[in-house]
Design a protein around this ligand. Structure first.
Ligand SMILES: *Cc1c(COP(=O)(O)O)cnc(C)c1O
Length: 377
């Protein structure tokens, strides 16, 4: 490294950490209203009293970090996000431990993934320190919204949009980053139940060189039509094959998939660039290795799945992601295809991995990998 003089050009880099200002909401929900929401929060239905906003412009970089009342954004109808979909998001949870303290799980992973998503969508990167501070700010101001019943949490949704008023097609010169938060009930209120999933052979969610590994709204928009087909066929989620050959498994619309072979091997599709690199996926791989299991990240064909179920070699199939943690899959259905038994119970290894992961997240067992970050101190 050689010493270089500081440059005085207009820079997209702003000094950080950013300082957040707070203008408290004058319209906060009464405690009784909040408690009745927290008693049955559902998922993504109710939002807390505040939100975080940070502005970015090409001339000033990131600036004006603030916590304000939750409320509608003012967007010019020409805002580029409304026309060209330049948008990314993240999803993570704040967990209340038995002693009342509040923690989140591997937030640096989300911060770094958001930076990768930003690069792919030609959006500016937010420093990991600022990302994590934005989460802490939300918890500081709306900590009372974190439920404490088992398997409940506060779901945190950071997102970034292009909001320059300009219809020319190029990366926007004006961007907003926001965090909203929503209390989340236990995903499986009546115990973890295996789900059926729908195989779409007609539609892809990602292609070679596309945005499959970025967490962007556009990928979800592309998944909604096949997702409707899934619902119509009694399935909870849609499974996508790779866009190039249509022969191997990519992932679900919003979750990664795993196969248990026998009792000691875990197989999951390798990260091809078309698959979203889940934090849960990465954590499950680590926990399986800790248990002495062999983990293979490789191509998995549809034929391997079918033959593996028929021969008994594949003993369990599950999906994973932050929202539902780990979800057993009983059956794959599609036009002229059925793999597995819709009445199959949740697998033992599936449930053990789920238990271990949630035990770490809720502080019920030691955090041996240093995965937790305290948010309220
Ligand atoms: C967010 C997401 C996942 C799961 O990622 P986690 O970090 O485990 O929550 C999987 N697939 C897609 C397409 C996603 O958007």
């Amino acid at each position: 490294m050689t010493d270089t003089a500081p440059t005085e050009t207009a820079s997209t880099e702003t000094a950080y950490p950013l300082q957040f200002s707070l203008v408290p909401s004058t319209d906060q929900r009464a405690e009784a209203d909040r408690e009745s929401i927290l008693a049955d929060p559902g998922f993504g239905k109710h939002f807390t009293d505040h939100m975080v906003s940070i502005d970015w412009t090409i001339d000033e970089g990131w600036h004006d970090a603030r916590v304000t009342a939750y409320g509608p954004l003012q967007l010019d109808p020409a805002s580029s996000v409304l026309h060209y979909g330049q948008e990314i998001f993240e999803g993570l949870k704040a967990y209340r431990h038995a002693d009342g303290s509040v923690w989140t799980f591997r937030p640096h992973k989300n911060a770094e993934r958001m930076q990768r998503s930003a690069r792919r969508l030609a959006l500016p990167e937010l420093a990991a320190e600022d990302f994590i501070e934005s989460i802490k700010q939300m918890v500081r101001v709306d900590g009372a919204w974190i439920p404490s019943a088992p398997e409940t949490s506060l779901y945190l949704r950071p997102f970034m949009i292009a909001n320059e008023s300009f219809l020319g097609v190029r990366a926007a010169h004006r961007v907003g980053y926001y965090v909203i938060a929503s209390p989340a009930g236990a995903y499986f209120a009546n115990g973890v139940a295996p789900v059926k999933i729908w195989l779409t052979t007609e539609y892809s969610r990602a292609g070679r060189g596309g945005t499959g590994s970025a967490k962007c709204g556009g990928n979800y928009a592309a998944s909604l039509l096949p997702q409707m087909e899934a619902y119509e066929n009694g399935c909870a989620q849609v499974l996508f094959l790779d866009g190039e050959t249509g022969s191997h498994i990519d992932e679900l619309g919003g979750m990664n998939v795993f196969f248990v072979h026998g009792t000691d091997t875990l197989v999951t599709p390798r990260l091809t660039g078309a698959i979203l690199e889940g934090v849960t996926r990465d954590s499950i791989i680590q926990l399986a290795r800790d248990r002495g299991m062999t983990v293979e990240e490789r191509d998995v064909t549809l034929d391997e799945w079918r033959l593996g179920i028929e021969s008994g070699e594949i003993t369990e199939v599950f999906a994973c992601g932050t929202a539902a943690v780990v979800t057993p899959i009983s059956q794959l259905k599609g036009h002229g295809i059925s793999i597995g038994d819709p009445d199959a119970p949740a697998g033992e290894i599936t449930m053990a991995l789920r238990q271990e992961l949630t035990d770490i997240q809720y502080g019920r067992v030691p955090d041996r990998h240093g995965w937790l970050t305290r948010l309220d101190a």
